[in-house]
Design a protein around this ligand. Structure first.
Ligand code: NAP
Length: 332
């Protein structure tokens, strides 16, 4: 098994049928802010963590241009660079990285098993930090102009780039209402484009959004295309009225897609508790413990409320400390 040659032996877990395979102290799944922070802490605790990176190394922040709200960077930092820094810091403390996709897990076994294609990784403790992917509309232009070109999924991250500009938020839930309200601090006008004639958002958020003088609700409208692909920057949002079929273009510079997130919990969902949205449900009294001893969750895969780089990093830190304590108690 590649990448497992430095793993320690585990007296507590012997005898078990995989004794010929090395057993990792801690396997961290995911390389966003949560996963890399967990790697820094477990690495620094001499646990020699193995970090599994999937299809988007560095996570969601690598698709953002500038990050201005991560503490410690008074002038902001490029999202990709921030993740490179975290990775370098984790590597410095002995974290090892492997590219793999976890397809399924067996958390009833000791050690825990993670199945990645034809390989099985054995681990005494596991930190799952697989993040969440923003749900996208899939209309033409959205993908081409995503990340620094005018289409984004995070007003908190990118709103300040749209000072005195017109923007649109797509969606009708709490996220859309919150994003639209946040954007009123910067934008001249915020179109809130929703496919129905009432918001799904909580009443207080809906009332605030619909009564804000800078927000214009565009009801019964679905996006058809994001315009500006030729120029490499958003110039408008083409929308269609779902009742009449009539189309028109809203001239604007920014499109904020806020139609929900899809947590990346699929391969683990059968082994752990998840809520109706698919997010991990931590054990009572903890943000990061699960019902399986030695298995922890961190970051956006377990948090649909805050979803910030710094909160994910905080959860990664908590998970690492819990794993370290658990290993100390159980013979790691
Ligand atoms: P959500 O509640 O699932 O709302 C998603 C919205 O996007 C819905 O209005 C939906 O329309 C619309 N939508 C979905 N797919 C679409 C598509 N393909 N094209 C156009 N519109 C589409 O998601 P959320 O707003 O991210 O909230 C997720 C959870 O987090 C909720 O429980 C929410 O209360 C919570 N949250 C809370 C806060 C807060 O308390 N401050 C802030 C953010 C989120 P329909 O209405 O027609 O289904």
């Amino acid at each position: 098994m590649r990448g497992c040659q430095n793993a320690r032996d585990v007296s507590l877990f012997a005898p078990f049928p995989f004794m010929s395979h090395p057993v990792e102290n801690v396997v961290i799944v995911g390389t966003g802010c949560a996963g890399l922070t967990a790697a820094i802490y477990t690495g620094r605790a001499n646990l020699n963590p193995l970090v599994i990176e999937g299809s988007l190394p560095g996570g969601q922040l690598t698709t953002t241009s500038e990050v201005e709200n991560f503490p410690g960077y008074p002038h902001g930092i490029d999202g990709f660079q921030l993740m490179q820094n975290l990775r370098e810091q984790a590597t410095r403390f002995g974290a090892r990285f492997e590219q793999a996709q976890v397809q399924s897990v067996d958390f009833n076994s000791h050690p825990r098993k993670l199945v990645c294609g034809d390989r099985v990784i054995l681990a005494k403790s596991v930190i799952i930090a697989t993040g969440a992917s923003p749900r996208m509309t899939g209309v033409p232009g959205e993908k081409e102009l995503y990340g620094g070109k005018g289409v984004t999924t995070c007003a908190t991250c990118d709103g300040a780039f749209y000072r005195k500009m017109d923007v649109a938020v797509i969606g009708g839930g709490d996220s859309a209402a919150e994003e639209a309200l946040f954007l009123t601090r910067f934008a001249s006008k915020v179109y809130l484009v929703h496919r129905r004639d009432t918001l799904r958002a909580s009443k207080i958020m809906a009332d605030r959004a619909t009564s804000h003088p800078k927000i214009e609700c565009v009801w019964n409208a679905v996006p058809v295309a994001v315009e500006g692909v030729e120029q490499g920057a958003v110039s408008g949002l083409r929308i269609r009225d779902v009742n009449t079929g009539a189309e028109r273009t809203l001239p604007l510079k920014g499109v904020f897609v806020a139609i929900g997130h899809v947590p990346n919990t699929g391969p683990f969902a059968a082994a752990l508790d998840v809520d109706e949205g698919g997010y991990f449900k931590p054990a009572a009294g903890s943000q990061v413990k699960t019902k399986v001893p030695g298995v922890y969750v961190a970051g956006d895969c377990a948090d649909h409320v805050y979803r910030q780089a710094i909160t994910a990093a905080g959860m990664g830190c908590q998970a690492a400390i819990e794993a370290e304590r658990w290993l100390a108690e159980h013979g790691g």
